[in-house]
Design a protein around this ligand. Structure first.
Ligand code: ATP
Ligand code: MG
Length: 567
């Protein structure tokens, strides 16, 4: 492609509202433009990168036995009503009405559509298993669209769905897709980890997220410093056993703690360790309230709370709700003298508290010398806190460290959640009607592109891995008024294209400095500069990865590129 014919609107300045590398560089190098919050146009270079990533995905999905299809982005509300998600999905689902006043959603995901498609077409176990996928724009009205392509409101996703007549068959396909995902992200050059993720109320290890390791990632990965264990921090089980002091239990006492609300304040005021305090928070889980306790030096994990009480949502109760349920202001909430219909659950760490401190459900008062098993008869213990760095790894090997990650892929064993609600049945070998067992598997394609840039850049711009670069080679005549330079550049452009390389030819009448700066910003792996020695057939080859350059004869180029690209 001649650069004068394509459109690469580079910017010299760092755009003010872009605060991470991938967002800045994709804007500056002319790959993307924002249309409005969370909505972007992919310019020609980005379109090529996306194509390359999609081709890798297609190859690996086909190897895993998945067939590509394309489903509509416009989805009638009836399907979402059948699954129940019309009501539970929340404002992320973009909804609208057609001219007949019928309600629709813009596809945020396609479980409903594919389940409705297959239930009408697949009647027998003989047609299963079946794995289908598509690559398509998805729409989610994210609360905080940010970081450019990392969290958009319209983004490109590869989504796959598998259908089975047995759990073993699902397990088998899940493993195949897991392997395909590992291949895809490796081929994209990414440094990533597959981590155990949250599978909601079902629990278990039947879902993994693929995380690109990056400081700007919104997720925290808890991994073992010695074994292969890695999990999303939301999921990682915290220890169940804690050392308990052999102090004698003392009598409980109410003490005045004026204006001391946080654990830090109370611990300092009463001159006790944070480990002696019991943090007590009122949660609203769906429509009921639970009191959640954790030792003062730890944090409550609301996903674990949600899973334990098997609620759809669990979040901290609002000020007014706390007032209404406990007749108390936040800061002084405690587990004693509470209404009988409020359940008390405590993290295992609370078991270690002897003669502890907790709120008295009365403004400006706390109790001291509380002993949980003695004083809170209805207490139920569970794993409810976030794992922390230094905790023992849940697999028993080594201790936990944290890293930040960007979720680029997600594989999930759905089971029969959709087939039961949507009546997707097949006849088994004995002629009995059974719900199809399902799996679903997503990759954020546009997010993957941004993640690659996040891992491959320097102060001058992007440095594309060979597998996903928009063009392989950048041919740059220094002076387009020189006949020698133009003649040799034309020839190289033609010859290299004939050899199967994707070539970007900077035929613009710009100053050399501008062309070089743009080339570094755009980030193609190989730059061929055709300059003063063009008459002798000599060019300069420079590698973007390490900045190394050498002068060689143009005839030697195919050999050199051959080695680099391993063709
Ligand atoms: P997140 O936790 O980041 O919001 P999710 O768990 O809701 O993502 P999934 O429903 O698992 O996302 O979607 C599959 C994949 O689509 C994700 O692994 C991610 O790579 C990508 N993705 C999800 N939301 C976005 C978004 N707003 N912008 C870009 N990519 C996204
Ligand atoms: Mg996910």
């Amino acid at each position: 492609m001649k650069q004068s014919m394509t459109f690469i609107p580079t910017l010299r300045e760092v755009p003010a509202d872009a605060d991470i590398k991938s967002h800045q560089l994709l804007l500056r190098a002319g790959y993307i433009r924002q249309n409005t919050s969370g909505i972007y146009s992919y310019m020609p270079l980005a379109a090529k990168v996306l194509q390359k990533i999609q081709n890798i995905i297609r190859e690996e999905m086909e190897n895993a036995g998945a067939a590509e299809l394309l489903m509509p982005a416009l989805q009638q509300s009836e399907l979402w009503q059948e699954s129940g998600r019309w009501y539970s999905y929340g404002p992320e689902l973009m909804r609208f009405r057609d001219r007949h006043n019928r309600e629709f959603a813009l596809g945020a995901t396609h479980e409903e559509v594919i389940t409705s498609l297959l239930r009408d077409e697949v009647k027998s176990y003989k047609r299963l298993p079946l794995t289908l996928y598509q690559i398509q724009s998805k729409f989610r009205d994210e609360k905080r669209p940010r970081f450019g392509l990392l969290r958009g409101r319209e983004f490109i996703m590869k989504d796959a769905y598998s259908f089975h007549s047995s759990q073993e068959s699902l397990d088998e396909v899940y493993d195949k897709i897991f392997q395909a995902y590992s291949n895809i992200f490796s081929r994209c050059g990414l440094d990533f980890r597959a981590v155990i993720a949250d599978s909601g109320a079902m629990g278990g290890k039947d879902t993994h997220e693929f995380m690109v390791l990056s400081e700007v990632g919104e997720d925290t990965i808890a991994y073992s410093d010695t074994s292969k264990y890695a999990a999303n921090i939301e999921m990682a089980p915290a220890p169940m056993e804690y050392e308990k002091s052999n102090e004698e239990p003392k009598d409980i006492e109410k003490v005045e703690t004026p204006n001391q609300k946080t654990i830090e304040e109370v611990a300092a005021f009463l001159n006790v360790e944070k480990e002696k305090c019991i943090k007590t928070l009122l949660f609203k889980a769906d429509d009921s309230f639970v009191l959640v306790l954790v030792r003062g030096d730890y944090e409550i994990n609301d996903i674990k709370v949600k899973n334990l009480v098997e609620a759809r949502t669990a979040e901290l109760a609002a000020q007014e709700e706390t007032k209404e349920v406990l007749n108390c202001v936040t800061g002084y909430v405690g587990p004693l003298n509470i209404p009988t219909d409020v359940k008390v659950i405590a993290d295992y760490s609370v078991q270690s508290v002897v003669n502890g401190v907790c709120g008295a459900n009365e403004e400006n008062f706390h109790y001291v010398n509380i002993n949980p098993d003695r004083d809170i008869p209805s207490i139920q213990y569970a794993d409810l806190r976030f794992i922390e760095e230094g905790d023992a790894s849940p697999d028993g090997e080594g201790s936990i460290k944290f890293a930040r990650g960007i979720e680029v892929g997600h594989v999930f064993k759905l089971g029969t959640r959709y087939s039961v609600d949507m009546n997707a049945m097949y006849l088994d070998e004995n002629g009995r009607s059974q719900p199809m067992i399902m799996g679903c598997y997503g990759i954020g394609v546009s997010r993957t592109m941004a993640s690659i840039v996040e891992q491959y850049n320097d102060e001058k711009g992007i440095i594309w891995p060979l597998s996903v670069t928009p063009f392989d080679v950048h041919v740059i005549p220094v002076n387009v008024k020189s006949d020698d330079q133009v003649a040799l550049s034309d020839k190289l452009y033609k010859d290299l294209k004939a050899k199967g390389y994707d070539v970007l030819y900077d035929d613009r009448a710009e100053r050399a400095g501008v062309k070089f700066a743009d080339a570094d910003l755009i980030g193609l792996p190989v730059r061929i500069t055709v300059g003063k020695r063009a008459g002798e057939g000599i060019v300069e080859v420079k590698f973007r990865r390490n900045g190394e350059s050498q002068e060689i004869h143009a005839d030697e180029l195919p050999g050199l590129l051959n080695d680099l690209f391993l063709r």
